[in-house]
Ligand binder design. Structure first.
Ligand SMILES: *Cc1c(COP(=O)(O)O)cnc(C)c1O
Length: 404
């Protein structure tokens, strides 16, 4: 296969070459002011990211994982509490829960959105929890108090937040959004009759700026968002050794601050995020249309209440591994997000879950493929990807026919 035909899964060079002058100026500013940790570049980025997310505040930290850990801790989750989340996500979701001292328990995902199933959440709360004498909600599985829900906005699409918030309110739980893949995604709240940005719906939220995310740093970075000034102050303390005033430590915190250089680079890139997200949506619509006639492939579903920012474009096929191999032969990069659901990871064998505990998550993990999706993907490249998928499906059908 000749090289010029290959389509990478992700191109992280192109967006930085386009902005090279502006990005380089950030390094100069940092060098000339010796502003390396915190300072004006971090404050500027925090202000503009809060505006982007429609929140009162954003707090820049060292990674998405730390953002989620601090958001959970600052939202009042206590060590030993249960935090309810999904098994179909990146392990950082549950790492952050555990690092906050809480215990992750899972509910299944929805077959069509791949996000938290409201029905599974309801069943969990109704059937797997009970109230103790003091009225606390207790998980039967672990005999621990359930105090929070961490929905994940996977692949750039928000979870169905209205019913999740309604259940949270009914059961007295706090909701912290894992928005690490969903910068700029929107959800239409019927309750409030308006579109809401990812990160502005729960008590607090976490974003990752890992280089491959829709908004990526040139290194590690993340941010928490919230409308609650007390939570925001707590997160600021947690990221900086538990101090609000230098060397006066109210609590034991962490070294979770963001580099000024990363903040400066993020500010430059943030100015392009809306346009990049729009291009991702355009590419997704094009993929949907070009693959519509292929019955062997399931395209992503975007409900009317959702505007996804397509961090990933994920299709489904029962021939997943063979399709990936065939695309690889055609020079096309793909990914699997994620091949092993968290309840079946070795790291969580101690939680004693079985594959059939979350049948949707287990099935989905065996059938998903992420196709190339990034703003600089050209129409030609996209056509190559689609042609390779269609050629594979046609071959797969003819092979099935000839075997039969
Ligand atoms: C990327 C990601 C994280 C963690 O972010 P880091 O910046 O890599 O620490 C958490 N949750 C999800 C769903 C992610 O995709």
């Amino acid at each position: 296969m000749s090289n010029h035909q290959s389509v990478p899964f992700l191109d992280l060079v192109a967006p930085h070459v386009e902005l090279e002058e502006e990005l380089t100026a950030v390094f100069q500013r940092a060098l000339r002011t010796a502003g390396f940790i915190g300072g004006p570049m971090v404050e500027e980025f925090e202000k503009s990211f809060a505006v982007f997310c429609d929140t009162a505040d954003s707090i820049a930290v060292s990674s998405g994982t730390d953002a989620l850990r601090f958001a959970i801790m600052a939202s009042g989750v206590q060590p030993g509490d249960v935090s309810v989340t999904v098994p179909h996500t990146f392990i950082a979701t549950t790492e952050a829960i555990s690092q906050a001292g809480a215990l992750p328990e899972f509910v299944d995902v929805d077959e069509r959105t791949y996000n938290m199933s409201v029905e599974s959440l309801r069943q969990y709360l109704e059937q797997q929890c009970s109230r103790d004498q003091s009225g606390k909600l207790i998980s039967r599985r672990s005999n621990r108090p359930v105090t929070s829900i961490v929905p994940v906005h996977l692949y750039g699409q928000m979870a169905d937040m209205d019913p999740i918030l309604a259940l949270a309110e009914e059961y007295g739980l706090v909701v912290i959004e894992d928005a690490c893949q969903a910068h700029g995604a929107e959800y239409f709240s019927k309750k409030l009759n308006r579109w809401m940005k990812a990160g502005s719906v729960g008590r607090a939220a976490a974003f990752s700026f890992y280089p491959g995310k829709n908004l990526g740093a040139c290194g590690e970075a993340g941010a928490a968002t919230t409308n609650d000034s007390e939570i925001s102050a707590k997160i600021r303390m947690l990221r900086d050794h538990g101090q609000a005033k230098k060397y006066y430590h109210d609590v034991e915190g962490y070294n979770g601050r963001l580099d000024a250089i990363q903040a400066g680079l993020l500010s430059v890139k943030l100015a392009h995020l809306a346009q990049w997200n729009a291009r991702r949506r355009e590419l997704a619509a094009e993929y949907n249309q070009l693959l519509a006639n292929n019955d062997a492939v399931g395209c992503p579903w975007e409900p009317s209440w959702s505007r996804s920012v397509y961090h990933l474009y994920v299709i489904r096929t029962t021939e997943r591994d063979r399709m990936i191999e065939s695309l690889k032969q055609a020079g096309i990069g793909t990914g699997i997000h994620y091949p092993v659901p968290l309840h079946l990871q070795k790291a969580y064998s101690g939680l004693n879950y079985k594959p059939e505990d979350f049948p949707v998550a287990t099935r989905v993990a065996a059938e998903i493929v992420s196709l190339p999706m990034f703003p600089q993907l050209s129409g030609d490249q996209q056509a190559q990807v689609v042609n390779a998928v269609q050629a594979f499906s046609a071959r797969a059908v003819s092979e099935t026919v000839s075997v039969a």
